[in-house]
Design a protein around this ligand. Sequence first.
Ligand SMILES: [Zn+2]
Length: 111
Amino acid sequence: MNKSRRLDDPFYLFLRRHYCMNCSARLCLTQVMQIVNSTSPDIKKFWPTDAVGLGSLTGDIEFIWDIFYCPSCDEAFPIHEVRNQEREQKRLMKQSRRKHSILRKVGTENE
Ligand SMILES: [Zn+2]
């Protein structure tokens, strides 16, 4: 059987802390294994379309990948979801910081 191990950026996974979207608890990493046939539509569900090397595999494929797991909610989150969430948070933080600095500028002009 074909085996495919998806490896995400280890710096992202291990050197940074990641927190649960629901309860803000620290997330753990856990490994998931799933056998999916290459013709199954499920393959997209388990394997993001940007995955490397998927095109060359056919038949039953054993996928192994990491996901984040929250021990307090007992819920798993795909890495790309957590990453998107973190990006969105960063964007919002930058936006509000910019707003504050504009307000500060307006304030000094009035003085
Ligand atoms: Zn949680």
